[in-house]
Ligand binder design. Structure first.
Ligand code: PGA
Length: 247
C-alpha cells in the first residue's frame, strides 16, 4: 500500500462560503491513485463535508480526551465517527502551545480516536531553541514515547505521524530536505525499535512547516518523507493541487 498522503490543515480560517468553494474545488478533481488527499476544515464545517460522497478524506483538527457527558464545548470521537470523519489531527504544536495540551492529554485523545477506528495524525516537532541546543531528537522521542508509543502494534499501524518543526510553521522558513530526511529517518528508526521493521516501513510520516508548491518536490523526494501536512498553501486550491502532484 502507498504511504503517500497530502493533508491540508485549514486551521481557523474561512467563512462557510469560502470553505465550500475550496472544498468543491478540491473534491471535484481526479488525483493520482497512489496519493491519499485529506482535508481538515474547522469543526463547524465537518459534517457538511464528511457526509458527502467524497473524493477526498476529511479530518477533524481536534477531538475531546473524554468519551461523552458534561464537557461543554467538546466534540467526541464517537460524534466524529457518526459523521464519517476518518482522520483527526492530534498534538499540533498550536494546540500544545496555545491550549497547553501535553503528551498525557494527547495520549487520551489518541485512545479515544482508536476506540472509534479514527486514524490519529499525530504531530510532533521541536522549537527553534530546542534545535539550536541540539535537542530535537530528544524532544521528538519524548513526544512519541509519551503520547503515542503506549498503543499496540495493531493500533500503531493505523496511525499517521507528522513531523512539523515549530520554527518552520507559518514562518516561510522550511526545513531543508536533508533536515527533514534526517528527522523522518530517525522517527522510522524509533518505530522499528519500539515495534518492528514491517510496521516502521508501512507508516506514513508527513512533513509540515512552510511546505509550498516550489519546495514540495524536493522535500517529497526524500525516502522517508511520505508527503505533507500543509497549512497556508492548503488555503489556495491551485497551490494545494500542485503539492499533491509533487511526488
Ligand atoms: P504551514 O503550516 O504550512 O502554514 O507552515 C503547517 C501546519 O501547521 O500544519
Amino acid at each position: 500500500m502507498s504511504r503517500k498522503i497530502v493533508a491540508g490543515n485549514w486551521k481557523m480560517n474561512m467563512d462557510v462560503e469560502e470553505a465550500r468553494s475550496l472544498y468543491n474545488d478540491l473534491n471535484d478533481v481526479e488525483y493520482p491513485k497512489d496519493v491519499k488527499v485529506i482535508l481538515s476544515p474547522p469543526a463547524i464545517y465537518l459534517s457538511e463535508f464528511a457526509l458527502k460522497n467524497n473524493n477526498v478524506f476529511i479530518a477533524s483538527q481536534n477531538v475531546s480526551s473524554c468519551s461523552n457527558g458534561a464537557y461543554t464545548g467538546e466534540i467526541s470521537a464517537s460524534m466524529l465517527e457518526s459523521i464519517n470523519v476518518r482522520y483527526c489531527l492530534v498534538g499540533h504544536s498550536e494546540r500544545r502551545q496555545h491550549f497547553k495540551e501535553d503528551n498525557e492529554l494527547l495520549a487520551e485523545k489518541v485512545k479515544q480516536l482508536l476506540t472509534k477506528n479514527i486514524t490519529p495524525i499525530y504531530c510532533c516537532g521541536e522549537s527553534l531553541e530546542e534545535r539550536e541546543s541540539a535537542k530535537e531528537k530528544e524532544v521528538i522521542l519524548n513526544q512519541l514515547n509519551k503520547g503515542l508509543f503506549f498503543i499496540s502494534k495493531e493500533q500503531i499501524s493505523k496511525v499517521v505521524i507528522a513531523y512539523e518543526p515549530i520554527w518552520a510553521i507559518g514562518t516561510g522558513v522550511t526545513a531543508s530536505s536533508d533536515q527533514a530526511q534526517e528527522m523522518h529517518g530517525f522517527i522510522r528508526q524509533v518505530l522499528q525499535d519500539n515495534y518492528n521493521q514491517d510496521i516502521a516501513e508501512n507508516i506514513s510520516i508527513l512533513y509540515g512547516g512552510s511546505c509550498k508548491p516550489d519546495n514540495a518536490t524536493e522535500i517529497f523526494s526524500k525516502p522517508d518523507v511520505d508527503g505533507g501536512l500543509i497549512g497556508g498553501a492548503a488555503l489556495d486550491a491551485n497551490s494545494f493541487k500542485k503539492i499533491i502532484h509533487s511526488f
